[in-house]
Design a protein around this ligand. Structure first.
Ligand code: NAD
Length: 512
């Protein structure tokens, strides 16, 4: 199973060079940058410390004060150039994503495409940061609301979307007039360095064409959790946009709130799909397979729970089990591979504990075993697991960041809707059905309680045009499209009196 894997060190160093990362940035230091494909240490990086964090925030604050004065459509021009750099370097950056975190080639490229898409969106947005004019009860008055830049924006990102999450935040924050600091996952520092280098290239072109932009508009700090904490606690950081586990959000959310900062939290999901009696089972099979096994189950929107109506269970589930057994697991750089490695050994251990716990709950496990690949070194490959569960219990109500799909049979639609919502997380969800009543109910107020609710497509693979995020322990934040930009700006309500009298609201009299 799976071929030989060559060392990826020299290719990585060449890619970093192509993408404009100076050699000095990837030599020396003690933070190991690894490839999920082979587990090998690709290079050692220097970490930034608390003093660097404090210094970066000061510099970012100075940059903000200048950048907020640059007209928004001009700020958009910088993002247009960033999009151009990403287009020109899509193959190299996509490949680096695959090497560092183990995504299959099309998903590595897809992640960069998502960055390009949000840049395009943000460029248009830079001319559409509109406010309202609101009816006022007072004669000869006008009331309106305007949106202003907010301040220093800290972006904390997770390993599994090592560059796209930055771009969702960075493109909007920069167009909104904010300066940014990025603390990427310690498991994906190399793609972060490459992305920052592409940003610097875009900035150079923007300035060469006469664009005004301050120094330190976008800074990258490399390090682990303690670096994130130092940045989160800094009162000069106006907005913390943090993507990662619910455990991380539980730490970050209250700390930011304690100093009355603003946060956007994009945390864990435990996404489900319901398969109704009328579902198109061929389409369902493909939708489920991609959502549950894609990215080796390491998407925040990965499908983790499947509720199948008893009338179609036997027509669907054996086919799914077969697909799970035959899907190609292995080197993600190889054509035909659909499931690459887990990020590290810890992920494998957590997957095995969840499977053991599922068995204890009466679950019947198919797959989930290690896949041996020649010269894969320290990396970990697994066959995705399907677990037929007698009921929703045990590990099924938690997010295990690995390819496990729990499947249960249902008979009553209202009861399955209740079960669907009976988990702490609320990110993404789907229903497969051709019954209009079921579909409409699922996306109605009494349907799915998630931030994303789909019909006849799986829960993963969102487009950037919609607002992205979820409820409950997923954190409540929204990023990307729709009006998510408002989260990066501050709102001011303005009332103007163009008359000669001073009528007070609510008929209050105050004659002096
Ligand atoms: P993680 O929580 O381990 O780390 C995420 C980031 O937070 C890293 O940069 C880490 O260094 C930092 N961090 C951790 N603790 C911190 C603290 N106390 N203060 C400041 N920073 C801290 O997550 P991970 O393993 O990299 O990613 C997987 C998780 O991310 C999953 O739970 C997944 O569902 C979630 N995720 C959510 C979304 C979303 O949009 N909702 C998107 C991607 C990933």
């Amino acid at each position: 199973m799976g071929g030989m894997i060559e060392s990826l060190k020299s290719e990585t160093l060449a890619l970093l060079k192509t993408l404009g990362v100076p050699e000095s940035a990837v030599t020396g230091g003690t933070l190991a940058a690894r490839s999920a494909i082979t587990g090998e240490v690709l290079t050692q990086l220097r970490s930034d410390d608390r003093a660097a964090a404090d210094g970066a925030v000061k510099k970012a604050q100075a940059a903000f004060l200048e950048w907020r004065g640059v007209p928004a459509p001009k700020r958009g021009e910088l993002i247009r150039l960033l999009g151009e750099e990403l287009r020109a370097n899509k193959d190299a950056l996509g490949r680096l994503v695959s090497i560092e975190v183990g995504k299959i080639v099309s998903e590595g490229l897809g992640e960069v495409q998502e960055m390009i898409d949000i840049c395009d969106f943000a460029v248009g947005l830079s001319r559409q940061l509109t406010g309202l004019t609101i009816a006022t009860e007072r004669t000869d008055h006008r009331m309106m609301e305007t949106w202003h830049p907010l301040g220093v924006t800290l972006i904390i990102s997770a390993f599994n979307f090592p560059v796209a999450v930055w771009s969702w935040n960075a493109a909007l924050a920069l167009v909104a007039g904010n300066s940014i600091i990025w603390k990427p996952s310690e498991k994906s520092s190399l793609t972060a360095l490459a992305t920052q280098a592409l940003f610097e290239k875009a900035l150079g072109r923007y300035r060469a064409a006469g664009g005004i932009a301050p120094e330190n508009l976008s800074q990258l700090l490399i390090g682990e959790r303690d670096l994130g904490e130092a940045l989160v606690d800094n009162p000069a950081v106006a907005l913390v946009s943090a993507t990662g586990s619910t455990a991380m959000g539980r730490q970050v959310g209250p700390r930011v709130a304690a100093r009355f900062g603003r946060s956007i939290l994009e945390l864990g999901g435990n996404n489900a799909a319901i398969v109704g009696p009328s579902a198109d089972l061929d389409l369902t099979l493909r939708g489920v397979a991609f959502s549950a096994m894609g990215t080796a189950g390491q998407r925040c929107t990965s499908l983790r729970r499947l509720f199948v109506h008893e009338s179609v269970y036997d027509a669907l589930v054996p086919r799914l089990i077969k697909a799970y057994g035959s899907v190609k697991v292995g080197n993600p750089l190889e054509t035909g591979t659909l499931v690459g490695p887990l990020i590290d050994k810890g992920a494998y251990d957590r997957m095995q504990s969840a499977l053991t716990a599922a068995k204890a709950e009466g679950g019947k496990v198919h797959g989930g075993d290690k896949v041996e690949i020649a010269s894969a070194g320290d990396s970990t490959y697994v066959r995705p697991a399907i677990v037929e569960m007698p009921k929703q219990s045990g590990p099924m109500v938690d997010e295990t960041f690995a390819p496990i799909l729990y499947v249960t049979k249902y008979s009553d639609f209202d009861a399955v809707l209740a079960l669907h919502n009976d988990v702490p997380q609320g990110l993404s969800s789907s229903i497969f059905t051709n019954d209009m009543r079921e579909a409409e109910t699922f996306i109605s107020a009494r349907g799915s309680d998630c931030g994303i609710a789909n019909v006849n497509i799986g829960p993963s693979g969102a487009e950037i045009g919609g607002a992205f995020g979820g409820e409950k322990e997923t954190g409540g934040g929204r990023e990307s499209g729709s009006d998510a930009w408002k989260g990066y700006m501050r709102r001011a309500t303005n009332t103007l009196n163009y008359g000669r009298t001073l009528p007070l609201a609510q008929g209050v009299k105050f004659d002096v």
